[in-house]
Design a protein around this ligand. Sequence first.
Ligand SMILES: [Zn+2]
Length: 107
Amino acid sequence: MGLIIHKRCGKCGEYKPFSDFNKEFNVNGISCWCKSCCHEYYISHKEENKKQRKEYKRKNKERIRVYQKEYNKEYQKKYNKKNRERIREYYKKYRHERKTNLKYESK
Ligand SMILES: [Zn+2]
């Protein structure tokens, strides 16, 4: 038939063949924006996102730093506590073994 159905792009307003639209997002199975518009949007959005992330990091540098410091402190504390328990357990067992002449196999 050679019939090409054109669709108007919701962004640039140009009539383009269906093949110029991505087959997603939309109810008809056709995106309402043409491929090049979607691509443009994606690219600009990507840059925007990158900028926003950078800006967030810059603005919250101190907060992020404090958070990480706190986190590390907490971690260190937990780690020390755990190890202290382990060392204590070890010596307890060791003393017990010396006293009783028993030997415990640790598994
Ligand atoms: Zn377009």
